[in-house]
Ligand binder design. Structure first.
Ligand code: GTP
Ligand code: NA
Ligand code: MG
Length: 283
């Protein structure tokens, strides 16, 4: 690796926690969007990936947020979200406390070796008891910084936006310590975060690029799926020419649906891609 080509890359921040503790609402506030209102049954069912310019100290900094579901059925998505992230933001509702999927999310973050920032949410609610959540955190070994430990904890209201700026500043401080770099000048590698079959587009995959830059026309392989990138779309569905480090992008051109969680890479020729894909399909 040519160290001179390493450049700063945006942090990837995954929001995890128990069902309905306010993950998507938090992201809606940060993005000034209204995803929650449009969700069937109010339940997130997939990983959402968003590129967000976040104002930090008066400057806009690009951050990539992954929203994960809290429903217990979607543990694999939480695990995947933890594996591709730089920091796990664990949301805990102040009126509900630490619940099974809170613990599960914390375990995924620890297994992935990523730092944890806790957002105690819904502090605007009548039944909110943030001090009890602090005690619960301490009791499972996540000692809050304000109690002399090393876990940053910020009390927020995702609905009203209270202290969300403080949460973002806290997260960015942790990200700065990580000194996140990648080489945008080489061929792309990364992870499949979602994949499926679209009626019109065929196999569709959302990749998160972890190193290099993915471009239209690149030959890609992921597990038993391979092909040439026919089109790239950003999260809003806009056609884009390329996606650099940390950036999520929807890809069409694969001959099969890849497996979410698998890696992808760019190779030099379609023959090389097919060879790799066939070797994978046989093993
Ligand atoms: P899943 O993705 O299904 O796990 O849920 P989630 O964690 O994304 O929670 P979501 O954002 O869907 O919010 C669940 C409910 O809590 C919604 O009705 C929100 O309006 C409400 N809610 C979220 N944050 C707050 C908050 O800070 N205060 C109050 N009062 N309500 C909130
Ligand atoms: Na919900
Ligand atoms: Mg949600």
């Amino acid at each position: 690796e040519d160290l001179d080509s390493l450049e700063d890359r945006p942090p990837v921040l995954t929001i995890m926690g128990h069902v309905d503790h306010g993950k998507t609402t938090l992201l809606d506030y940060i993005r000034t969007s209204k995803v929650v209102a449009s969700e069937a049954g109010g339940i997130t069912q997939g990983i959402g990936a968003y590129v967000v310019p976040v104002p930090i100290d008066g400057k806009l900094q690009t951050c990539v947020f992954l929203d994960t579901p809290g429903h217990e059925a979607f543990g694999a998505m939480r695990a995947r979200g933890a594996r591709v992230t730089d920091i796990a933001i664990i949301v805990v509702a102040a009126d509900d406390g630490i619940r099974p999927q809170t613990n599960e999310a914390i375990a995924h973050a620890k297994a992935a070796g990523v730092p944890i920032v806790i957002a105690i949410n819904k502090i605007d609610r009548d039944g909110a008891n943030p001090d009890r959540v602090m005690e619960e955190l301490a009791s499972i070994g996540l000692m809050p910084e304000s109690w002399g430990g090393d876990v940053p904890v910020v009390q927020v209201s995702a609905l009203k936006g209270d202290n969300v700026d403080e949460l973002l500043e806290t997260v960015m401080l942790v990200a700065e310590l990580q000194d996140l770099k990648a080489n945008p000048h080489r061929s792309a590698k990364g992870t499949v975060i979602e994949a499926g079959l679209d009626k019109f587009k065929g196999p569709v995959a959302t990749f998160i690029v972890q190193n290099g830059t993915l471009k239209k026309g690149d030959i890609i392989v992921s597990g038993a799926a391979s092909g040439k990138v026919r089109a790239l779309f950003d999260e809003k569905g806009n056609l884009v020419d390329q996606a650099g480090p940390s950036i999520p992008v929807q890809v069409i051109g694969l001959d099969n649906v890849p497996i979410a969680g698998d890696e992808f890479e760019v190779v030099s020729s379609l023959d090389a891609a097919r060879e790799k894909a066939e070797a994978c399909a046989e093993s």
